[in-house]
Design a protein. Structure first.
Length: 282
């Protein structure tokens, strides 16, 4: 620890202080009041390029979960009274960012596709070919978020994860003690991944890949094992978008056989209306 620590009666302050937490340098400005009675503190901090894994291992007992160089800045407040666990008594706000990191062994995309069942994951794996490894990688391009800490939880507002072929925007609480999730948000599918998904769902060869946004009804479980539920409207929208190009022609043929030439336009109109109601391409 380097810098000045000033003791003014029952109050402690720091000046130009650089501390090492889990062997990571962090600039601190601290103010501790009622030092000899029921200490309460306010701590402003900033760190750049810190080892996220080392900090989570040392302070949250969560090794090998989130890995990468951490830039973070914020203010923490709390009391050291013994009545509450330290994490439950903690509050504050922070902004963080990690470039080129990993959520070790976890693919949120694979967890989301799991909502459709194992057959869909296998189909996407086959249709994605050599791209599948990149689609399902645990390595992200960036993670950025604004977090509020209160009552033993981190509340995201939101956290944005960016991968080469998709991204996620997640918000809601994360329990500090065990990193349990209670989130919801959106999954952004970029055209390369959209093309592989369309083929897996049986879209016609004339399908044109686009960027899509899929609503996630919930993301629960833990950071190391998320459980994703996709909103029902999003499932229906994907079914219309991907399978519609194949099934549309089959339905048109059946209808025209029964009602005569031209009646197949009813199918086009009906599916277009359904896709519009469910949100269409985003």
């Amino acid at each position: 620890m380097k810098g000045a620590i000033l003791l003014l009666g029952s109050e402690l302050r720091t000046r130009d202080l650089v501390a090492r937490a889990a062997d990571q340098p962090i600039r601190l400005e601290a103010n501790v009041k009622q030092l000899f009675d029921s200490p309460n503190y306010e701590l402003a901090f900033e760190t750049q390029g810190a080892d996220t894994n080392a900090l989570l291992t040392g302070y949250a007992k969560q090794p090998d979960r989130l890995i990468g160089p951490l830039d973070a800045k914020g203010v923490l407040r709390g009391a050291v009274s013994g009545e509450k666990p330290l994490l439950d008594a903690l509050s504050g706000d922070l902004v963080l960012g990690i470039e080129g990191g990993r959520i070790a062994g976890v693919s949120l995309l694979e967890a989301a596709l799991g909502a459709f069942g194992g057959r869909v994951i296998e189909a996407v794996r086959q249709q994605g070919g050599k791209d599948w490894e990149r689609f399902a990688s645990d390595r992200f391009e960036s993670l950025r978020g604004t977090l509020r800490i209160a009552d033993g939880r981190l509340v995201t507002a939101p956290v944005a994860l960016t991968y080469p072929d998709w991204g996620a925007q997640l918000e809601g609480p994360i329990r500090l003690a065990d990193l349990a999730l209670d989130l919801k948000g959106r999954l952004t599918i970029k055209p390369t991944l959209d093309a592989a998904l369309a083929r897996a769902f049986g879209a016609h060869g004339a399908y044109t890949p686009v960027e899509r946004v899929v609503d996630l009804a919930s993301v629960r479980g833990e950071v190391g094992a998320p459980k994703v539920q996709i909103a029902g409207s999003a499932v229906a929208n994907l079914a219309v978008a991907y399978a519609g190009t194949k099934e549309r022609e089959e339905l048109k043929k059946k209808l025209e056989k029964e009602l005569g030439p031209g009646s197949g336009e009813i199918v086009d109109h009906g599916l277009d209306v359904l896709q519009g109601i469910l949100g269409g391409n985003k």
